[in-house]
Design a protein around this ligand. Structure first.
Ligand SMILES: [Cu+2]
Length: 214
């Protein structure tokens, strides 16, 4: 899947690390189970006694090693999550208002769109969100971001765009009859094209046809 922000790239690395560490533990545990099952099978002449009694070091070592591995991943994940809550200085602010069943976005210069969000590439973007009615959720899978949008309060999420393109925007919180139609697009453009678009947003912005497009 396309990764269009730095958050997305890091989230993918985190997921890969989780899968790899989990797979290693899985292979080790099940590998040893199968190996010992075969080695100590009935009828195989093995020296089975005396049973070892001092296994403390082995047990502590094995437990601590796996705990440490997962703890490192845990700290990494928590850090990644928390960093998304604090936008860097100078991030470009986009105001997003959710309502049943559409996304309304406002650019820093006041240009408004419906079910579309135009953004420049290679910039820190802060999305400040609120809802006019029920709880919605602003989700752009290509950015690996997802944040609840609540009535009566503001929530935010930020990211750094790294690639141009047209990415799907979803409402990820069931919010009523037409929840499934509460979709849109985030359009990431080269900086110059974005500035041009800001000056002449009429073209593809906020037209009903665009809003209706899947
Ligand atoms: Cu919604």
């Amino acid at each position: 899947m396309i990764a269009a922000t730095r958050t997305a790239a890091e989230t993918d690395w985190l997921l890969l690390a989780l899968v790899v560490v989990s797979a290693l533990v899985l292979v080790l545990v099940f590998g040893l189970m199968v190996y010992f099952g075969w080695r100590f099978r009935a009828g195989n002449p093995m020296r089975r006694r005396p049973l070892p009694t001092r296994t403390f070091g082995l047990e502590v070592g094995w437990t601590a090693a796996t705990m440490l591995a997962f703890f490192v991943l845990d700290v990494w994940a928590a850090d990644l999550y928390l960093r998304q809550m604090h936008a860097p200085e100078g991030a470009m602010k986009i105001a997003v208002t959710a309502k049943q069943w559409m996304w309304k976005a406002e650019q820093p210069n006041g240009v408004r769109e419906i079910n579309l969000v135009h953004l420049p590439v290679d910039r820190d973007i802060e999305i400040v969100m609120t809802s006019e009615d029920v709880i919605h959720d602003f989700s752009v899978p290509a950015f690996r971001i997802k944040r609840d949008v609540l009535p009566g309060r503001y929530t935010m999420i930020w990211f750094h765009t790294t690639r141009t393109g047209r990415f799907r925007l979803y409402c990820d919180q069931y919010c009523g009859l037409d929840h499934a139609l509460m979709v849109g697009h985030v359009i990431v453009m080269p900086a110059a094209a974005y500035r041009d678009w800001l000056d002449h947003p009429g073209g593809d912005a906020a037209s009903p046809a665009e809003g209706a497009a899947p």
